[in-house]
Write a protein that binds this ligand. Structure first.
Ligand code: FAD
Ligand code: NAI
Length: 475
């Protein structure tokens, strides 16, 4: 007899494993299926985020930032180190340990919450008797049933047409996170989030990095003023970013990779590199799910079609995270996972798409929530802007990191905060205050009147809110 569950979740990335835990908390009998294997062939739940995304990239960003500080900034504090060297194998090994701790943490959470975990590929078989039969193909094959099914199968890196990833010379995010030695020359295609984060890691470790971007604008989704400030900082660091290029033929050989491209001036350029990272976005993943077999509707990008509540066209089937519309972010996937579990329980789970923060973990960090100045202009919204530079913040001076600013955008009439944009130290942490403020529909004046600890970077947030009313105190 097949095991019967109230809820079956396919995929244990941040969307799936969080949905499973929340559903179990709500009293359902829950199964979660995930096929990811670690190097030993064992289960590695956590999805892209834990295995080849958020967590490992941040581990390498941290290691490489320490290296950069030891090499270039310790001396400012009177610390002399002699020659600083990097053991890349150890750095990558540390990253693998961090990943394993997270994999194990999720398996522990499944046990704690009584979620039954299946290691293998899940696919729809058929709908029968008010439930769905789901085949699990792992070490053995079995069929389980779920009255409700949550699909959280994530996304995969997009390859350039005709240029498949070999993960040796032409790398996706996967290969980019396990390069074994610092390449002398590293090329990247796409100066989005992965391009900038991975480019930063290997530049800090000594690679000559060139990022080729197809669009003529740098970080088009980011507030223009903030993107400009970030670009200035990256230029200074020697991160070479070429905008407006058209990538042509890509050849691999014994010596590495050659990328032929046309630059923004229309000149033909030939770029040699030891390795090439292709970071041109991601595609929703429904491979092997047998979506067509049960009539699960996909859109032209291959994403599962859902409504505002993450309901698919099939009754009792939901989908969350990267496999559906919306930003491909771990915290967005998690919020959708929680909301779906609560909706299954008859509650009113809710995700506010207007207050999902974005962070790019470069140095300086870039973080934002809400609308940019260019979006407000396009939407015809009357707004007031206030900025405050970290140069005028005591804590930033003490840290020795005064790059960037905090920028507030507020409604011209009501003063409601419409967007907050930060480039600078710890922007990833600072943005949370803005998210809370916007979630509570705060005005810039609200933030300006709240006591912020001194000395702290968050005082720049308060000052930027004061700047909306043209009354900064420290600038
Ligand atoms: P995934 O994490 O992709 O998980 C899907 C899971 O489903 C996988 O484990 C997969 O094995 C499994 N699966 C798929 N099909 C089946 C099947 N048929 N049967 C069983 N299992 C299946 N986001 C952030 O918010 N912050 C960051 O700092 C960040 N950094 C990133 C860095 C990189 C390099 C990359 C590539 C992404 C990063 N992201 C980041 C994005 C983030 O990783 C994704 O948005 C997030 O993982 C999506 O979660 P998900 O649960 O939808 O899917
Ligand atoms: P991206 O969408 O962030 O950036 C892709 C870039 O490649 C864009 O600038 C695009 O214009 C460019 N591009 C596309 N096709 C091109 C071509 N043929 N030639 C040259 N340039 C081209 O995608 P990326 O960096 O691959 O990351 C995927 C997603 O993963 C992100 O959108 C984000 O959702 C998630 N992510 C989030 C992180 C975070 O939150 N810190 C970190 C890394 C990834």
């Amino acid at each position: 007899m097949s095991q019967a569950f109230d809820v079956v979740v396919i995929g244990a990335g941040p969307g799936g494993y969080i949905a499973a835990i929340r559903a179990a908390q709500l009293g359902f009998k829950v199964a979660c299926i995930d096929e990811w294997k670690n190097a030993a062939g064992g289960p590695a739940p956590g999805g892209t985020c834990t295995n080849v995304g958020c967590i490992p990239s941040k581990a390498l960003l941290q290691s490489s930032e320490h290296f950069e500080h030891a090499n270039h900034h310790f001396a400012d504090h009177g610390i002399s180190t002699g020659k600083v060297t990097m053991d890349v194998a150890k750095m990558v090994g540390r990253k693998d340990t961090v990943v394993k701790q997270n994999n194990d943490g999720i398996l522990y959470l499944f046990k704690k919450n009584k979620v039954t975990f299946f290691h293998g590929r899940g696919s729809f078989v058929a709908a029968a008797d008010g439930a769905y039969q789901i085949k699990v193909a792992g070490a053995a094959e079995e069929v389980i049933t779920g009255k409700q099914v949550v699909v959280a199968t994530g996304s995969n890196a997009r390859a350039l047409p005709g240029v498949p990833f070999d993960e040796e010379l032409i790398l996706s995010n996967d290969g980019a996170l396990r390069i074994g030695a610092v390449p002398k020359k590293l090329a990247l295609i796409g100066s989005g989030v992965i391009g900038l984060e991975m480019g930063s890691v290997w530049r800090r470790l000594g690679a000559e990095v060139t990022i080729l971007e197809g669009l003529p604008t740098f970080l088009g989704a980011v507030d223009e003023q903030i993107a400009k400030e970030a670009k200035k900082a990256f230029d200074k660091q020697g991160l070479k970013i070429e905008l407006g290029v058209k990538v042509g033929e890509i050849k691999t050989g014994k010596k590495g990779v050659n990328v032929a491209y046309t630059n923004a001036k229309g000149e033909a350029v030939s770029l040699d590199a030891d390795k090439l990272i292709v970071s041109i976005g991601r595609v929703p993943n429904t491979i092997g799910l047998n979506a067509e077999g049960v009539g699960l509707q996909l859109d032209e990008r291959g994403a599962i079609v859902v409504d505002g509540d993450c309901k698919t066209n099939l009754p009792g089937v939901w989908a969350v995270g990267d496999v559906v519309r919306g930003p491909m972010l771990a915290h967005k996937a998690e919020e959708e996972g929680v909301a779906v579990a609560e909706r299954i329980a008859g509650q009113h789970g809710h995700v506010n798409f207007n207050t999902i923060p974005w962070v790019i973990y470069t140095s300086p960090e870039i973080a934002w929530v809400g609308r940019t100045e260019q979006q407000l202009k396009a939407d015809g919204v009357a707004y007031k802007a206030g900025t405050f530079p970290f140069l005028a913040n005591g804590r930033a001076r003490a840290l020795g990191d005064t790059t960037g600013m905090v920028k507030f955008l507020a409604d011209a009439k009501t003063d409601e905060i419409l967007g907050v944009h930060i480039v600078g130290p710890m922007a990833s942490e600072l943005i949370s205050e803005a998210v809370v403020a916007m979630e509570f529909k705060a005005s810039a004046e609200d933030i300006a009147r709240i006591c912020h600890a001194h000395p702290s970077l968050s005082e720049a947030t308060k000052e930027a809110a004061l700047a909306v009313d043209k009354r900064t105190l420290n600038f």
